[in-house]
Design a protein around this ligand. Structure first.
Ligand code: SF4
Length: 344
């Protein structure tokens, strides 16, 4: 691990809609070091994908806008929050790559796989000849585990299976040796066996190339396989941050407890149903006063509904925005089945 490749500070993103302003991301801060995998987890609508897409500046303005005081510093020199679209085009695809959930919507159906990857290579490096770009495309397809790469580059996306298309998407995102890769639910659309292969592949590539990765997912099983650090988001905010071990073995926020209880485990009693978190997230047109999780939290106290908790530090790398971590808070037991000794 080294210097940060990305420093996000107080990121706030809203959408101006007819009915008002949706405060999708409400003051998110985190860093990603070189060679590190950071997972951002949370239910859908928690702001994790908006955060990822804002880092790539993929959400059109309007309706979205990045609020004053937000900072997204990439590689110590690019202030992404303030870049123009043409400046951003030079960074996107070259220094940063993105892997989407559904490759079918991001791959061009009218171009062969080889033509698409070659185009990605030549877009940012015009000195590369067409022949060289095709050769590199085939190498990339081999790197992502596709056999007969020379033949594959002649195929169109619809001629490939879902798992193969996701491999092409990964090859495409690696075309220019990006420093940062953002993978937004990279395995959600795939069946379980293929999911495991794609996770193995991402982990393998990350280890070989030392690319930093931001992994956006609702699936803590995927997180356990490859993340170094985790941030848990709820209602547009980071509610807990820590190393993988902190989050899995010593979680300190009831929302994280809820997420962990919904992870299927091989050793769990088959009669025990998976827990889901009752209730729904708050309306981000008018976020509640106090802790946004209070309406769903079985531990909610009076203070929770009145004052939004700041992050309480558990250790240098670990903090949680929950009043239960206040020195004067009542002691509560973590729910059975999570924490140390339960996920080894
Ligand atoms: Fe629950 Fe209160 Fe902690 Fe919010 S601050 S998660 S309501 S205990």
């Amino acid at each position: 691990m080294g210097k940060p490749i990305l420093e996000v500070k107080n990121l706030r993103v809203s959408f101006k809609m007819y009915a008002g302003e949706v405060q999708a991301v409400r003051g998110v801060s985190f860093t990603v070091d070189k060679g590190e995998v950071l997972a951002i987890v949370g239910e859908s609508g928690c702001g994790k994908s908006v955060t990822a897409q804002t880092i790539m500046r993929l959400i059109p303005t309007p309706p979205s806008y990045i609020k004053e005081g937000s900072s997204i510093l990439f590689d110590g020199k690019h202030e992404i929050a303030k870049m123009t679209e043409s400046q951003m085009e030079r960074v996107r695809g070259k220094d940063m790559g993105m892997i989407f959930q559904d490759p079918m919507t991001s791959l061009n159906p009218t171009m062969t796989v080889g033509a698409q990857i070659s185009e990605g290579i030549r877009k940012h490096n015009q000195k590369v000849s067409k022949a060289e770009a095709f050769k590199r495309s085939a190498e990339l397809l081999t790197l992502v585990g596709m056999s007969n790469a020379e033949e594959r580059i002649q195929q169109y996306p619809h001629e490939l299976s879902g798992g193969m298309r996701q491999r092409v998407m990964i090859a495409l995102s690696l075309a220019c040796n990006p420093k940062l890769l953002i993978a937004d639910e990279p395995t959600t659309a795939l069946d379980v066996t293929i999911q495991a292969q794609i996770i193995d592949l991402l982990r393998d590539i990350q280890e070989k190339t030392e690319t930093s990765i931001i992994l956006i997912t609702h699936d803590l099983g995927v997180v356990a396989e490859m993340a170094h650090k985790v941030i848990v988001m709820y209602a547009g905010k980071v509610v807990e941050r820590g190393t993988l071990d902190d989050i899995f073995y010593n979680p300190r926020h009831p929302y994280t407890w809820g997420l962990l209880r919904s992870v299927p485990r091989l050793d769990s009693d088959k009669n025990n149903e998976l827990a889901s978190i009752p209730g729904t997230p708050p309306d981000l047109y008018a976020p509640p006063v106090g802790c946004a999780f209070a309406a769903r939290c079985p531990y909610a106290m009076k203070v929770c509904k009145e004052i939004d908790p700041e992050h309480f530090e558990v250790s240098a790398d670990h903090s949680a925005a929950c009043w239960l971590n206040h020195p004067d808070a009542p002691e509560v037991e973590m729910p059975v089945g999570i924490g140390r000794g339960s996920h080894g």
